[in-house]
Design a protein around this ligand. Structure first.
Ligand code: B4P
Length: 198
């Protein structure tokens, strides 16, 4: 299975991707996690990405595409993967097409998690509060000011992907306002429907 999870920041892409990993035994390819790991390890990519991420903007297509292309070729991604937070621009979406075509594989579906903007910031602030209460580090971009910029970037650069994948007949919308378990059930139903039609 090859799946893209699409949605605004805080829509629940990472949350649902982790559940899909457990259920389907395929890896979660989260560009956010990969970039945060590069920042923590202070690699060249990490150094270039840090300020951009802290400001809530998108890291360059060149960097992100290169990270994903490398990850696609690791053995655990051979039988499928869940793309979480990638692609995020039309240029990235075009790059995925090429990467998949070069490897002779296709995309099964793009699941869009549909969530009201007002709920998103609440989720992000809650995550920050919970991390703080647990004595864990709080993400630099999990605050109200940076969140506004993340949402602006989403509408400007990522939302056009909804039309892009709709035109390809790959887009399936799921109500991301429901509880985490209900969203998981809805995604399971989408995947079951797809499995029955191939
Ligand atoms: P990401 O790490 O991808 O983060 P995200 O979009 O904020 O989160 P996500 O939608 O996964 O939300 P989550 O499940 O965690 O990106 C961070 C940054 O990395 C970007 O701003 C950018 O700078 C950079 N980046 C990443 N990919 C890039 C790319 N392709 N190109 C360029 N730059 C890139 O959920 C959030 C919270 O909501 C959690 O606390 C969760 O518990 C809660 N929640 C989830 N589902 C819920 C539900 N149904 N009900 C209630 N709460 C829920």
């Amino acid at each position: 299975m090859r799946l893209i999870l699409l949605g605004p920041p805080g829509a629940g892409k990472g949350t649902q991707a982790q559940r899909l990993v457990e259920k389907h035994g395929i890896p979660q390819l989260s560009t956010g996690d990969m970039l945060r790991a590069a920042v923590a390890a202070q690699t060249e990519v990490g150094k270039r990405a840090k300020a951009v991420m802290d400001a809530g903007e998108l890291v360059s297509d060149e960097i992100v595409n290169a990270i994903v292309a490398e990850r696609f070729d690791q053995p655990d991604a051979a039988k499928g993967f869940i793309l979480d937070g990638y692609p995020r621009t039309l240029a990235q979406a075009d790059a995925v097409e090429v990467m998949l075509r070069d490897r002779g594989v296709g995309l099964d579906a793009v699941v869009e998690l549909v969530v009201d903007d007002k709920a998103l910031v609440g989720r992000i602030l809650k995550r920050a509060e919970e991390a703080k209460a647990a004595g864990q580090p709080v993400r630099k971009d999990d605050n109200a000011e940076v969140f506004d910029e993340r949402l602006r970037e989403y509408y400007k650069k990522t939302a056009p992907l909804i039309g892009y994948y709709h035109a390809k007949g790959k887009l399936v919308g799921v109500d991301g306002m429901a509880s985490i378990d209900e969203v998981t059930q809805a995604i399971d139903q989408v995947l079951a429907r797809i499995a029955n039609t191939v």
